[in-house]
Design a protein around this ligand. Structure first.
Ligand code: GLN
Length: 243
């Protein structure tokens, strides 16, 4: 942590915030406050510089054109690279996930460079969009319960050797490559296709981000009955759907 307060940066809410992804920042913020932490939340629009002193950066999903604009601005701004070099945590969803990789296909059908912060490359899927509920088993190294989310994307994301799959899907398409992988991560940079918002459905991931930012192995427990009820409902609804 850079000073006394945990600095949470919500990157480009004006371009990247589909399907309630803003909920991710609310969940991280609330769970940090519940643990008695001082939180400074910074919402950074795309016409503003990205601060380099953040502890956790959250990036949402977006339609194809805003996604291209966001990638252009983040490349030009360069501060996210510096933040990651400083040890910051980044958690990105869908379009945000694709932007963290080496490249993706933009709204003009052209290959658009990403930030290269994750060793992944996104191509345009030839088949139907990947749309629907996702149930996925997270990488056992991360030791978290089954994940639930909602996906809606055309991109298909291929992992390079230094990116680990975040999870393996039981239901849904995830990265869309047919190998069952969903999302990717390296030490401190995480990407997923799951909306939901994913941290409301899976608050354990929010806690994982907090533990990494605080460099601690455990956090004081919280009353998660509401979250558990939502989880159970989403899992049983997803399981009733045809695969
Ligand atoms: N535009 C990207 C795609 O369709 C990301 C969509 C999203 O963020 N939901 O692959």
């Amino acid at each position: 942590m850079s000073d006394n307060s945990l600095r949470i940066v919500w990157v480009y809410p004006d371009l990247l915030s589909t399907y309630g992804d803003q909920g991710n920042v609310l969940v991280v913020e609330r769970r940090a406050r519940q643990r008695g932490l001082d939180v400074a939340r910074l919402d950074v629009r795309s016409d503003q510089p990205i601060p380099t002193s953040g502890d956790i950066y959250l990036i949402g999903g977006g339609e194809d054109r805003p996604q291209r604009l966001a990638a252009e601005r983040l490349r030009r701004d360069r501060h996210l690279y510096q933040a990651v070099n400083n040890g910051a945590i980044v958690f990105a969803v869908c379009a945000g996930y694709q932007i963290l990789g080496h490249e993706f296909v933009n709204d003009l059908g052209q290959r658009e460079p990403g930030l290269g912060l994750l060793d992944v490359t996104t191509t345009r899927g030839e088949g139907e969009r990947c749309v629907g509920d996702v149930l996925a088993d997270i990488d056992p190294r991360l030791g978290l319960p089954q994940l639930t989310g909602f996906e809606n994307h055309q991109g298909v994301t291929h992992l390079g050797p230094t990116a680990r799959p975040l999870a393996q899907v039981r239901l849904g398409k995830g990265n869309g490559t047919g190998d069952g992988t969903e999302g990717a991560y390296n030490d401190t940079v995480f990407g997923t296709y799951m909306h939901g918002p994913v941290l409301a459905r899976n608050p354990q991931i929010a806690d994982l981000l907090l533990k990494l930012a605080l460099d601690v192995n455990a956090l004081p427990p919280t009353d998660d009955r509401w979250f558990e009820a939502l989880r159970d409902e989403r899992i049983s609804t997803a399981q009733q759907q045809p695969a």
